[in-house]
Design a protein. Structure first.
Length: 128
């Protein structure tokens, strides 16, 4: 199995699952929550608020990673009781493809959260 084939396979597996709901709703909800928090405390310095938002995001990322990986493993278990994953001739490529998809979508989700937050608070135009 080629790595590109494995990545395409992973995309197909998560196509119609709650995986995309988590990766779409969580950044939007997080950006709204953080923007509301940022505007609520106007007397605190912007750098301190931004630091807190980054710390909260860093705290939530491992929690959400656990949920998403759990959903993905549950998907594998429901599909074939792990037989497909364990019967691959080159398991490393299969696991690497799964890692690339999961990590890539996680980073994309986090980036979306941060960009939406910056746009929502008006901080995007302050950095050159």
């Amino acid at each position: 199995m080629k790595l590109s084939t494995g990545i395409q396979s992973e995309w197909q597996k998560v196509k119609h699952t709650s995986f995309w709901i988590v990766h779409t709703i969580m950044p939007l909800a997080g950006a709204l929550f953080f923007t509301f928090y940022f505007s609520l405390y106007g007397s605190v310095e912007a750098e301190a608020k931004l630091k807190l938002v980054l710390e909260l995001t860093g705290m939530m990322f491992p929690l959400l990673t656990g949920v998403v990986v759990g959903l993905n493993i549950q998907l594998e278990e429901r599909a074939s009781h792990m037989q497909t994953l364990l019967s691959l001739p080159n398991r490393r490529r299969g696991f690497l493809a799964k890692l690339i998809v999961l990590y890539g979508t996680g980073v994309l989700s986090l980036s979306t959260l941060f960009v939406l937050f910056l746009v929502g608070t008006g901080l995007a135009g302050q950095w050159k």
